[in-house]
Design a protein around this ligand. Structure first.
Ligand code: HAM
Length: 426
């Protein structure tokens, strides 16, 4: 029996890779425009890093991490998200000494042992961005604007929801009021909410159960409990987003699944992926750098789920046909194959994306391969052409054909043909 991939772990096949590359290239381009530099961090970290940052009482740390003891007896974890690892590197290498504000992004796989479904995997990929060193609300709007621009340049439609989770000065009071409200409803909530009522009360607010949501209609709102500093901060975030004409909805029930957030949080939401509605999400995490043993520096960031971006693009555009090629050589018979072999290499050397069937199958089969390769031109070296010492260059879109003499000076011939094909395609 053949071995299959693990549940929730997915191969990205050649006909999907084009969209993946487009998503990543668009993101990198935008991140650079906003002054972000790439950082690459390890996939495996000490378990303590995630327990201390994401929070012991979160679903991720409680039940979703790929944690194991390595051969030295140390507890290690495959990163479930990028923020903690980027901050660990930021502190370890004293990156704050370089610039007043550091803007960093990382791209790569994350691991969470969740129940797999459409858009939810156990190995998934994030485009993850962090800005460290400023707590100014205009920066929150700038970060949100960058995420918004990426979505727009990809041609995807989502809605933006924002909230403020307050700060250590005002949140405890809100928590108390919320716990009182939840205690009055004890026994009538779902199992998860009953548990979270004690362990992580804010999380009950984004419970997916319709029954619980009905009960939370009159729940106290964090936005009514913000201290004046947080209220002003959130006010400027909203005003700055309005200045950039970025539409948003306020969702006071958005609490996020990671404990490190305070003040601004946001999510980019779609209804096109069933239960998996968040395409990207993030927020401010002032205090986290210090909590991880670094200097007292505020921070904000977000991450986009690449699988979800790719799924949305595939739904919109259909499957990719793979990269188009410039030229396919159809060579029939041993002598034609012998002549075609250095031509193929010469054309590739001169920058063409060229291919041929080295098995030398029938002309019909080779023309089919040229179609599948999405080739702009085919160079045909059939038996008749060989006797006439020529090749036929066929434009695959217009079907126009022209005869060209076989090379005397191979290097020059390949250079000329490559230049002609490139200029015709411009
Ligand atoms: P998160 O909300 O856990 O935040 O994940 C961010 C995004 O990653 C989600 O909106 C979703 O698109 C994608 N995602 C999460 N889990 C899965 C999964 N199992 N399968 C597919 N996609 C998934 C964070 O991870 C924070 N580190 C974001 C952040 C950065 N906050 C500040 N800086």
């Amino acid at each position: 029996m053949s071995i299959r991939a693990l549940k929730g772990f997915k191969d990205i096949l050649p006909d999907e890779v084009g969209i993946w590359q487009r998503v990543e290239a668009t993101a990198r381009d935008i991140f650079h425009r906003f002054g972000f530099a790439e950082i690459k961090v390890p996939i495996l970290e000490k378990t303590e890093l995630f327990a201390r940052s994401i929070g012991e009482a979160t679903d991720i740390v409680e039940k979703e991490m790929y944690t194991f003891t390595d051969r030295n007896g140390e507890s290690v974890t495959m990163r479930p998200e990028g923020t903690a690892a980027v901050l660990r590197a930021f502190i370890e290498h004293s990156l704050h000494a370089k610039l007043p504000v550091q803007k960093l992004y990382t791209v790569g796989p994350m691991f969470r042992h969740e129940r797999p479904q459409k858009g939810r995997l156990r190995q998934f990929h994030q485009l993850s961005c962090e800005v460290l060193g400023s707590d100014l609300p205009r920066l929150d709007a700038e970060v949100i604007a960058m995420a918004w621009l990426l979505i727009n340049e990809l041609g995807i439609t989502v809605s933006l929801e924002i909230n403020s989770l307050g700060c250590p000065a005002c949140r405890p009071l809100f928590k108390e009021t919320l716990v009182k409200f939840l205690d009055e409803r004890a026994g009538s909530l779902c199992e998860d909410c009953e548990r979270r009522r004690h362990t992580n009360p804010l999380r009950v607010l984004d419970c997916k159960s319709a029954h619980c949501q009905e009960q939370y209609v009159d729940a106290p709102s964090i936005l009514d409990h913000l201290c004046s500093g947080c209220r002003d901060h959130f006010g400027t975030v909203k005003e700055s987003l309005a200045q950039l004409a970025i539409p948003f909805k306020i969702n006071s029930f958005m609490v996020r699944g990671l404990d490190y957030y305070n003040r601004t949080t946001f999510e980019l939401i779609t209804d096109a992926l069933g239960a998996q509605s968040a395409v990207g999400a993030g927020g401010r995490y002032d205090g986290l750098v210090e909590q991880l043993g670094g200097p007292s520096l505020p921070g904000i960031g977000f991450a986009m789920g690449m699988e979800r971006l790719v799924l949305l693009l595939q739904q919109q555009e259909g499957q990719d046909n793979g990269p188009a090629s410039d030229l396919f050589i159809a060579a029939l018979g041993e002598e034609a194959q012998r002549i075609a072999f250095p031509i193929l290499h010469g054309l590739r050397t001169n920058g063409l994306q060229a291919g041929m069937d080295i098995e030398g199958r029938s002309l019909k089969s080779q023309m089919k391969q040229a179609g599948r390769a999405n080739a702009a031109y085919t160079l045909i070296l059939g038996e008749e052409e060989m006797t006439k010492n020529i090749a036929i260059l066929r434009d695959m879109s217009t079907r126009a054909q022209e005869e060209i003499p076989l090379p005397e000076n191979l290097a020059e011939w390949c250079r000329g043909l490559a230049a002609k094909i490139k200029s015709n395609q411009c």
